[in-house]
Write a protein of this length. Sequence first.
Length: 130
Amino acid sequence: MIFKKFVGLVAALAAIAAAAAVCLIAVAFAIYAGLRDYIGPAWAAAAVAGIVALIALVLAFLLTRKARPKPVKGDSQNLTAKLIELARERPLVAAGAVAAAAAVVIKNPRVLTAIVTAAFASRPPPAPKR
């Protein structure tokens, strides 16, 4: 059942991609035919190539731009700093969490390195109160 839906989805996406390709070729030919009489065949082909390149550049920019989340107002500490502070205030809770995550830590040494680094990091001085 799931495989049947997946195959249907892939077929629908392939049909949409084929229709988009046909439309793009038709638009490119229409632009070429419209410009050929005014600027000549070579320049019309160059104009079509430039327009397609500009469209590709805009699409690439839109698809690859990074999302910029809005910073939370009034929150100067990130989640990692809060977790480290909690672990320093309640060492038994931290020990329980470390024991529960031991299987993950053993399989991935980078996680162990990050935890050890965070545990032994020096605390920043408290911010002056205003």
